[in-house]
Design a binder for this molecule. Sequence first.
Ligand code: THU
Length: 161
Amino acid sequence: MTQKEIHFSVEVYKDVEELTTEDAALLTAARKVTEHAYAPYSNFLVGAVASLANGETISGTNQENASYPVGICAERVLLSCIASQYPGVAVNAIAISYDNPKGESDHPISPCGICRQTLAEYEERVKQPIRLIMSGMKGEVFIVEKARQLLPLSFSASDLV
Ligand code: THU
């Protein structure tokens, strides 16, 4: 038996003030776009904003449905828009935020399992990692350099051959 170590590292910032101007602008946009979420069932409003390699900025929000499983997370709404509007274009960074009226929205959230899988495949498709900037409406910010880091030992297209 051998033991395999998988290293994971996340940058932790005290608040938005500690970020670069570019990252702060992206996070501020993600916080703002939570207003466009359609989440009447969970009341958990999520916003995600991407900065693309072609200079464009695209946003997505979670879109729920009375038939609950139909709902889509903000991250996958965003990636679907990007892939449809700008096929093949790399994503430099995505900022994710949320507004939860039942809480303080003061700590970072990270993408759910299905979104991690989707993010990893997008990185693979365009052969460029996506930096993830994760926060709430205020407080700490987490940054990871590659979305794939959130999904160690992941299943991918290479397993299908
Ligand atoms: N949600 C997202 O949009 N992104 C995440 O990273 C976590 C969860 C949504 C799904 C659902 O509409 C609501 O938040 C509560 O789970």
